[in-house]
Design a protein around this ligand. Structure first.
Ligand code: C5P
Length: 307
C-alpha cells in the first residue's frame, strides 16, 4: 500500500565559471566553480510504501514514461536509499519524477532529482534531518547534489560538493540551447585530461566574478564567464562552436558551455534580447545539432523545497 505523494521541486544549475584542477587519487577532479540555480525544475513525489520496497517512475514534460534511466543508476532512488539507510527507515518509497530538466545536458538534472527526493522522502518518512546532515548525504550521492539543495548562487569547491552561498544582486537571463544527444560527464573530463593543459592542484574562483555578481555589472560578468571543460565539450561535439558563434553574431553578451555540456548558455539582458537571439540562433542550432531546442531561463532561484 502507498500513501499520497509528498512533492518537492529542485532546480537545474549552470556554472558561471568552472575551473578544473588536477585529477585526485579518487578519480575526481578538484574544482572551483560558481554555481547558479535557474528556473527550470524537476518535481519528485514520494509515496510511502509499507512493503519496504523502493521504486521510481520517470515522466518527461509531456507525462510520457522515460525508459532510458534504469533504476539502479537513478540518482533520485539512490538518494532515497541513502537517506533510508542513514535513518534506518523500515518503510519503502515510490518516487514519481516529473522531468523538465534535460537529461545528460550538463544542467545537473539527476542531481536535482536526488535533492528533491531527499526533501520529499524526509517529509514522507517524517524524519527530522538537520540541514548539515542532509548536505552530507547529498554529497555522497553526487558532486552537484548539495548545490541542488541550497540553490541560489554559490561557490563550489572540492569535487563541487562543498558549497558556500554568495550574493548575486539582479537576475541573469540566458538563452539555453540544448540537443537531444547528451554528452557523458566522465568522457568530457577524460577528454579534458587528454587535451592536457597543466592543471593546478587547488583551482580558485576569480573574485572579480563574485564582485560582478554582487554589483550586477553585466558587462564585467560577460567577460568573466569561464569553463575549463569547454574545449573538451567542443571537441566532442563540434557543432557547438557554430552555435556559440551564432549567439555572438545575434548579440548575446557572452556564450559558454554549461558544465560538461552539451547545453550552451547565451547571456542576454532581458526577454526582448532573448527573443531576438533565439530567432537568429534556432535555425543554426537546428542545422548542426540533432534534436536541438532553445529556451529562456533566469536565475538565481531557491534550492530543493516542498511544494
Ligand atoms: O559526482 P558525479 O556522479 O556527478 O560525477 C560523475 C563523473 O564526473 C565522475 O565519475 C567523474 O568521472 C566526473 N567528475 C570528475 N570530477 C568532479 C566531478 C565529476 O572527474 N569534480
Amino acid at each position: 500500500m502507498t500513501t499520497q505523494p509528498v512533492w518537492a521541486r529542485a532546480p537545474a544549475k549552470i556554472n558561471l565559471s568552472l575551473h578544473v584542477g588536477a585529477r585526485r587519487p579518487d578519480g575526481f577532479h578538484e574544482l572551483a566553480t560558481v554555481y547558479q540555480a535557474v528556473d527550470l525544475f524537476d518535481d519528485v513525489g514520494a509515496s510511502v510504501r509499507d512493503d519496504g520496497g523502493l521504486s521510481v517512475r520517470t515522466l518527461d514534460g509531456r507525462g510520457r514514461a522515460l525508459a532510458e534511466l534504469d533504476d539502479s543508476r537513478h540518482l533520485g532512488l539512490r538518494a532515497a536509499a541513502a537517506l533510508r539507510e542513514r535513518y534506518r527507515v523500515a518503510a519503502g518509497v515510490h518516487l514519481d519524477v516529473a522531468k523538465s530538466i534535460p537529461i545528460a545536458a550538463g544542467m545537473a538534472g539527476g542531481s536535482a532529482d536526488a535533492a528533491a527526493a531527499l526533501v520529499a522522502c524526509a517529509a514522507a518518512w517524517r524524519l527530522d534531518v538537520a540541514p548539515a546532515e542532509l548536505l552530507r548525504i547529498a554529497a555522497a550521492v553526487g558532486s552537484d547534489v548539495p548545490f541542488a539543495l541550497t540553490g541560489e548562487t554559490a561557490v563550489g569547491t572540492g569535487r563541487g560538493e562543498q558549497v558556500q552561498p554568495v550574493e548575486a544582486a539582479p537576475p541573469t537571463h540566458w538563452v539555453m540551447v540544448s540537443s537531444g544527444q547528451g554528452l557523458s560527464t566522465p568522457a568530457v573530463y577524460a577528454t579534458a585530461d587528454r587535451m592536457g593543459d597543466a592543471r593546478p592542484a587547488s583551482p580558485v574562483v576569480d573574485h572579480r566574478l563574485l564582485t560582478a555578481l554582487r554589483t550586477g555589472d553585466r558587462q564585467a560578468l560577460a567577460g568573466l564567464l569561464h569553463n575549463d571543460l569547454q574545449a573538451a565539450a567542443l571537441s566532442l561535439r563540434p557543432g557547438l562552436a557554430e552555435v556559440l558563434a551564432a549567439g555572438a553574431a545575434a548579440g548575446a553578451r557572452a556564450g559558454l558551455v554549461s558544465g560538461s555540456g552539451p547545453t550552451l548558455l547565451l547571456l542576454v539582458d532581458d526577454d526582448t534580447a532573448a527573443a531576438a537571439v533565439t530567432a537568429q540562433v534556432a535555425p543554426v542550432a537546428a542545422t548542426v545539432l540533432a534534436g536541438s531546442w532553445l529556451r529562456t531561463v533566469s536565475g538565481p532561484v531557491p534550492g530543493a523545497r516542498l511544494h
